[in-house]
Each structure stands twice: as C-alpha cells, then as structure tokens.
Write a protein of this length. Sequence first.
Length: 318
Amino acid sequence: MSGDLPKRIEIHEEGPREGFQFEREIFPLADRVAFVDALTETGLRHIQVASFVSPKAVPQMADAEAFFAAIRKKPGVRHTGLWLNEAGFGRALQCSGIDLVGSLYLYTTDAFSRRNNGCTAAEMRQRQEGWIDRYDALGIEIEAVYVMTVFGCALQGEVPTSALDENLDWIARQFSEKGRNLPAIYLADTVGWAVPTIIENRIGRVRERFPAARVGLHLHDTRGTGIANFLAALRMGVDLYDSSVAGLGGCPFAGHSHGAAAGNVCTEDMVYMAHEMGIETGIDLDLLIEAARMAERIIGRPLAGRLMHSGLPRRMTD
C-alpha cells in the first residue's frame, strides 16, 4: 500500500565492483583496498567488492583474489563477489576473505540476455536451475533472485508486464511450489529507464503474485530519476536496495551517449533522504561522504553524487 514507509532499510553497496569495473583505467590495488576499508567502517553491512570474470575481457577485475585477501574484515560486514559462470564461481570458492552469497539472474528480454550471457531469456532461466543445484550441494543459501531490465531495455525497447510475469512464474515453480524459502526478488532498472509510476506498477505486480516476498530494487540514475524512484519504492514499503557510493558504476548497454551519465543511484544521497524522512539505515553519513570523496580522488574526475559536493546542511553538523 502506498504511504507505508519502512522504519529501517537495508542497503547493499556495489560501488567497488560496479565502479572500478566500469572504468577503463585499472587503479592501484592499494587505493581500491583503502576505499573498501573506508566503506567497511561506515555501518554498511553488505559490500560487493569485485567480480570473478575473464581477466582478458575485464582486466579491471583480474586481481579479484588479491583484492579480497587485502581488505580488512569486520564482524557483521559481508564482502561479496559476483560471478557469471562456473569458472568464476570456482575462483570465488578458492578465494580468501570473501563471503559467499547465492544469487540468481533472470532477464525479461532476449536481446539483453544474449548481450550479457550469450543465450535467450528462457535459456538463462534454465541455466539458473543448475545454479540452484550447485548452491544446494555446497550449502550456500540463495538470498536473491534478480530480474533484469524489468523497466525497459535499450536493446529491445519497452518491456511488457508479461515478460516480468514469465520470470515470476519460474520463481514460483522453483521456490514456492517446491516448498523452498522464497529469496528476495530484486527488480533491476538495468538501463536507467524507470520512472516512479512504473516502479509502483512492477512492485505491485510482484506483491500480487507473492504477497509475503521481500522486494528489492537495483536502481540506476542514468536519466536522473534514480532518487525519485527510490522515494516511490519507499512509499510502497520497500526496504532493500542496491546502490553505489558517489554514483559509481552503471551499465555499458544503457544506450547513453556519454559514459559519465551511466551511474548507479547514489548511496549517500539515498541515506540522506532516508534519514531526513525518519528512516533508519545504520549508516554513519559523515563517514560515507568521506568514502565518496575518496572514490572521487582515486578516479580523478568529478563523480555524480550530490551530497558529497554540497555537504550536509549546517543544522545537521552544529
């Protein structure tokens, strides 16, 4: 129901992985480690550090194992990774310092699925059944199912609700109908097309099908609507979000003409809004702003975050 604000939200930080992977330059490991260590002290409980992908295709992530091994661990903070295939998962299994979390990935369009994974959306759903078996065999809990390009696709166009429904049907078959615990269902604005009305529509669609499901959002700010979409989701009681400090990251297939416009929704801007609305996050906003400014120094150009440049209102710092 619109208007039921959550008392507390959970934010999963993706800046280190999304940000450094998206940049063309390969930044010194020591700088990236210092950045993650700074984030670890902010009160964030989940930080995605790196991806285990082909070093040839993504040289920025070639040293993922060394990255994880070097970061400073802290009780209560999970440092996670991303993998897309068995080879990447095998590397993650052998990696020290990583917290293994099971996630599944579904697509609403064949075009985007082919670009990202070399298969159709239906074939991708079939592949995920194999991942369920792998995670079960290793005792790794499946915590999230991501449905990508829910709000639009730069490669195929408008995404009808029927494309979301096909994925919800699959989730029902794999989890609800088999008596498995239902993971969080993340709706991803992969290419930054969403506006508040479609955010409300798609969240409502999931809740019609799974009234007890926890809904999460992975938001991008490609076209300046990220924070408005966050507000729309808050008003529907959504309490789980992915974001990137300083607005780092983005999607290379978003269809924008300038790389700097591609960023994810900004963590510190979201936290500021939440705190001003009386919603708890458990995050120290001053430390988060410091981490955002550190990211800007490392990358060497102005980043998209607003609060990191404007600072907190004086009344909050007196």
